[in-house]
Design a protein around this ligand. Structure first.
Ligand code: HEM
Length: 218
């Protein structure tokens, strides 16, 4: 019973961290899409996000914790599942009773993890360096140029686009699975499933659009 409850607790924790990251993605894509419409508005929004103490020292650490928590618990659950499959009498019968996406969450997750590492090297570390290590003077109009510069290289743009496709695959299963783990099973389940599918396709598509837009318009 103890093992059962702890495994359910882990699944719920995984689902909650997933929902938190889903909300983060929505905020992130909203700020980034501004760069397509207006250099100035994007600079204002980025300057605000990058210098507001509540966001920098309140939300940012929570976000980083959420990302690490989700990855670590994802690995733990995957290892547990593999162990359970090894001794279980009812083996998962592959394609017969699950989707490709659901069976390969660990692999789509690993591609996203690799992307996050690249993405942090591209954007986050230079930001931390600029603000807190070298403590360079703040130029509120620097953000747009820095972003555009990152999408000049076709190799980087390709890596980003491939990662966004994997993000879509991850979300296609992950979104509805998170609600299921939290015990949602009522007349709204179908609605949540459809909304999850739309979200899983639309958000990565907008990210792809932003990357390609800056690649072809620098
Ligand atoms: C075209 C697509 C994207 C662009 C242009 C972009 C741009 C940026 C920029 C400029 C920052 C630095 C923010 C700062 O610290 O000042 C950032 C941070 C970050 N990005 Fe992205 N991003 C994109 C896609 C993604 C995706 C798909 C994910 C998640 C799967 C992601 C996750 C993060 C995270 C976790 C951070 C650190 C947040 C923080 O500042 O604390 N990004 N991104």
């Amino acid at each position: 019973m103890g093992i059962m409850t702890s495994s359910i607790a882990k699944k719920i924790a995984m689902a909650l961290s997933a929902l938190f990251l889903i909300i983060f993605l929505l905020i992130h894509v909203t700020v980034n899409i501004l760069s397509v419409f207006s250099e100035d508005v994007f600079n204002i929004a980025s300057h605000f996000m990058g210098t507001n103490p509540l966001i920098q020292f309140g939300m940012q650490p929570v976000l980083i914790f959420g990302v690490v928590f989700h990855f670590v618990l994802g690995f733990v659950l995957e290892l547990k599942n593999r162990k359970a499959l090894g001794v279980s009498y009812a083996k998962n019968n592959g394609a017969a009773n699950s989707t490709w996406m659901s069976r390969n969450m660990i692999y789509s997750g690993l591609v996203i993890l690799a992307f996050i590492v690249l993405h942090f090297i591209d954007f986050w570390f230079p930001e931390i360096n600029h603000k807190y290590i070298n403590v360079l003077p703040e130029d509120p109009s620097r953000y747009f140029e820095e972003l555009q510069h990152k999408f000049v290289s076709p190799v980087r743009v390709t890596a980003y686009v491939v990662a966004f496709v994997f993000l879509a695959l991850h979300l296609l299963h992950g979104f509805q699975s998170a609600f299921q783990s939290m015990g949602m099973n009522n007349k709204y389940s179908k609605c949540v499933k459809s909304f999850g599918k739309a979200y899983a396709i639309l958000i990565p598509l907008v990210f792809i659009f932003i990357a390609l837009f800056h690649h072809f318009n620098h």
